[in-house]
Design a protein around this ligand. Structure first.
Ligand code: FE2
Length: 476
């Protein structure tokens, strides 16, 4: 089947531009939001979780890919007996440092987005069916005015639906008052990914792509042969991910725990029948050997408790947040599953701080399989419900796409059949941080301010902080 340009979804969705422009080399709206790191609201509340927006009233917990792809493409996937899709996180291009000006930021994101779009065009009906974004779509505070430059323009040629979970930057808020944000958390994310109906984005009316109609910031995507359960891990920048109150430690509800347990329970019969793989996607990584964005112990415990309760563990866990590629194998109840960090989508590739242990290092129930790859790129994943393969492709500027890592899991036996490494010989050299989940930061004993329902009159923002030489912040 030839590639279908300008795919039309079954509910009128449009994905690719009919006549895409060349890559932009300057921002339509210059990104000055680094200044908001110094705003009174952010300074006073940066260690507080933000409220989890409720799903749209009446919406289901899960959505079906058949409501986003035309029937002939769905039929082709089902006839082939397997599905391929894309995933990566942290794509937003923003000018954040002396190293990364507007042109380089845009070029680095464009290299990844253009490579993914080309893979869709080359693959046609058997190519990637969708892109599941792992969060941090827009830096630094998920502002609506940057959706054009950081999302719609770079992905204007990607002729497939793009689903997303929010990252910390999508949910972070700022404001002139220390008690209320200028804009409620996730307002722009909800407008662009969780709309009630498809249609043009209010942020990019000149781009054809329709807004998405996800039920909320946590949801399940059911596709042929795979279900992806997406979770929202809140707004901590250098701290860990938080999906629940963690026993009352954080002032948010435990609604995602009930959701995750319920979805795993729902999907368990299909998983046990070998009909689909189960993927959990969450922006902050439960496992990471980056010293700054190390794994999240509380997040891991929450997910594990839900899996234990449902009696079903994921075949794969995907995260972003750290701007590099890492792959661990975790063994639970004798079954191996990859835990992959792929925050390589285009924003500030960053080497681990403080070094890393060598590939093959085993700590507890998990093993670091490959040395972290500090390059921009994306994942291509394929599954038939019985095996699953995840490959990391680098997509540098002005150089060919190259596959740098791949893992295959036999989902029936629960073992890696390709991509495993031998344990590292001897102890890890010092001083290298071990990939042990870090405890999540202690909460500030202060209630979360209620979100403002309507934007307050726009206060005058602080003077933009010079990016050159002012590298105190390195956003994740
Ligand atoms: Fe992040």
């Amino acid at each position: 089947m030839p590639t279908k340009l300008n795919l039309a979804g079954p509910h009128g969705q449009i994905y690719a531009d009919p006549t895409p422009s060349t890559d932009e080399d300057a921002f339509q709206v210059n990104n000055t939001s680094a200044a908001y790191y110094n705003s009174p609201y952010y300074l006073a509340n940066k260690n507080l979780v933000q409220p989890i927006p409720p799903p749209r009233p009446g919406s289901p917990a899960s959505i079906d890919l058949a409501d986003y792809l035309p029937a002939d493409l769905m039929a082709a996937i089902n006839a082939a007996g397997s599905i391929t899709f894309h995933s990566t996180g942290d794509t937003g291009a923003a000018k954040v440092s002396a190293r990364q000006n507007a042109a380089t930021a845009l070029a680095e994101e464009a290299a990844v987005a253009d490579a993914m779009a080309a893979a869709v065009q080359a693959g046609g009906a058997r190519g990637p069916a969708f892109f599941f974004h792992l969060g941090d779509v827009v830096y630094n505070f998920g502002e609506a005015q940057y959706y054009y430059d950081q999302f719609y323009e770079p992905f204007r040629e990607y002729d497939r639906p793009i689903f997303a979970i929010p990252g910390n930057h999508d949910g972070m808020v700022f404001g002139a008052s220390s008690t209320a944000p200028q804009v409620p958390t996730l307002a722009a994310f909800l407008a662009n990914f969780c709309a009630a109906a498809p249609g043009p984005s209010p942020e990019a009316p000149s781009i054809a792509r329709s807004v998405m109609t996800q039920p909320g910031v946590y949801f399940t995507l059911d596709a042929p042969f795979v279900s992806i359960i997406g979770l929202y891990s809140n707004v901590m920048d250098s701290g860990g991910g938080i999906i629940s109150s963690q026993g009352g430690m954080y002032p948010i509800s435990d609604v995602q725990l009930a959701f995750l347990t319920s979805e795993l329970t729902r999907l368990k019969p299909q998983r046990q029948a070998g009909q689909r793989a189960i993927v959990i996607a969450v922006h902050h990584p439960p496992l990471s050997c980056d010293a700054k964005t190390g794994g999240s112990g509380g997040l891991m415990q929450d997910i594990d408790a839900c899996c234990k309760s449902a009696g079903l563990w994921p075949d794969l866990l995907l995260s972003g947040h750290a701007h590099l590629y890492q792959r661990f194998t975790r063994t639970v109840n004798g079954r191996q599953a990859p835990y992959i960090v792929c925050g390589s989508g285009g924003f500030a590739a960053t080497a681990p701080m403080g070094g890393v242990p060598p590939a093959g290092t085993v700590v507890g129930d998990h093993k670091l399989e490959v040395a972290p790859i500090v390059q921009f790129g994306y994942l291509t994943l394929t599954t038939d419900g019985k095996t699953l393969t995840a490959s990391f492709n680098s997509a540098p500027c002005n150089a060919p796409v190259k596959q740098l890592d791949s893992v295959t899991v036999d989902l029936v036996k629960g073992v890696l059949t390709a991509g495993g490494s031998a344990p590292a010989p001897g102890p890890a050299p010092k001083p290298t941080p071990k990939p042990v989940p870090k405890p999540t930061p202690k909460p500030v004993p202060k209630p979360t301010p209620k979100p403002v329902r309507k934007p307050t009159p726009k206060p005058k923002p602080p003077a933009p902080k010079p990016t050159k030489g002012g590298g105190k912040k390195r956003p994740r």
